[in-house]
Design a binder for this molecule. Structure first.
Ligand code: NAG
Ligand code: NAG
Ligand code: NAG
Ligand code: NAG
Ligand code: NAG
Length: 269
């Protein structure tokens, strides 16, 4: 309980940080004619190149491509679990469910330490507390910071392929409540880049670049055209062997997603 109270307090720091940094981050106030669902603070100062170690593509994996825009449309903290099942006696990923919070009002240099700090507290929270509890508590103390949910869906093109695809859904978020395009405030993505976590690849999830899935020439969702996943804390399965295909494992995961392009790119001020 103590650890969870600390987690709650830490997340409430987001609201303090917003109050503290908002005036500077909002020096350029958004034009009145912008769509409403954009990032809370300006994201124009953020640089993915500065967020990734310069040798990120030198340690194996499939290289991360360049971002499709010079700054992200949204910057999100993700807190939740990654699911694993047992395939040929090894843990195999079968998706995740995580909750996303806007961290655009935090200066970029605070993103990685803040994410690790929340990750440590989430690890320490007792099993009776779920990621959903964090969301409701965070929303109580700082309404509007929750952006949406991240989960995985079956292959939207070929139901028998057995593949799963990552989806991010902001359509229910308070940011979008008055937005005329909120129904399309989601994104389904495939994966083009995946490299090992630069500090502890056995423990922390790979860093990824994920472009929007294109179906019949149309992007599957307007939220973004490309997502970067990085600053991973946890998420990898243990290296133990598993027994039957009924085995199921959830591993806590805290990391950052930056979303590039998409319909709300022009709502960035
Ligand atoms: C908002 O207004 C500015 C200045 O009048 C204009 O340049 C811009 O295209 C407008 N944006 C939208 C989304 O209508
Ligand atoms: C992953 O676990 C979450 C939480 O129990 C669950 O809601 C979700 O359906 C699971 N996803 C898969 C693909 O097993
Ligand atoms: C769908 O996936 C199955 C299993 O991988 C494959 O055999 C089939 O050819 C795929 N269908 C299409 C239309 O791609
Ligand atoms: C949506 O509109 C209502 C009524 O004008 C307003 O009170 C609320 O702040 C708006 N929400 C957002 C996220 O802009
Ligand atoms: C599994 O992880 C443990 C603890 O990190 C390590 O000591 C062990 O060598 C690992 N085993 C394999 C087979 O990688």
């Amino acid at each position: 309980m103590y650890a969870f109270v600390k987690l709650f307090s830490a997340l409430s720091l987001l609201s303090a940080a917003h109050a503290f940094f908002m005036p500077a981050a909002r020096a350029d106030t958004p034009p009145a004619n912008l769509s409403t669902g954009g990032s809370i603070c300006s994201t124009k100062q953020f640089s993915i190149e500065a967020a990734l170690p310069s040798d990120i593509n030198s340690n194996g994996g499939e290289p991360l491509p360049a971002p499709v825009a010079s700054y992200p449309t949204y910057t999100a903290l993700s807190v939740g679990v990654q699911n694993y099942t047992c395939v040929n006696n090894a843990w195999s990923p079968i998706g995740a469910i995580t909750y996303l919070f806007d961290i655009s009002c935090l200066p970029q240099e605070h993103h990685a330490p803040f994410t690790s700090f929340i990750g440590a507290l989430w690890e320490a929270a007792p099993p009776t507390y779920t990621a959903a509890d964090i969301v409701s508590l965070t929303e109580e103390i700082n309404p509007g910071v929750a952006l949406g949910i991240h989960y995985w869906i079956p292959d939207p093109v070929n139901v028998t392929s057995g593949k799963i695809f990552a989806k991010w859904d902001f359509s229910q978020s308070e940011r979008m409540e008055n937005d005329t395009n909120k129904a399309n405030a989601f994104l389904v993505a495939s994966e083009v880049g995946s490299v090992p976590d630069p500090t502890n690849p056995a423990l922390n999830s790979p860093w990824l670049t994920e472009p929007v899935l294109v179906i019949d020439g149309q992007p599957d969702g307007d939220l973004a055209t490309q997502v970067f996943r990085f600053n991973s804390n946890g998420g990898q399965p243990p290296n133990t062997t598993c027994g039957s295909s009924a085995d199921f494992l959830q591993v806590k995961s805290t990391l950052d997603f930056w979303f590039f392009g998409g319909y709300w790119q022009n709502a960035t001020f």
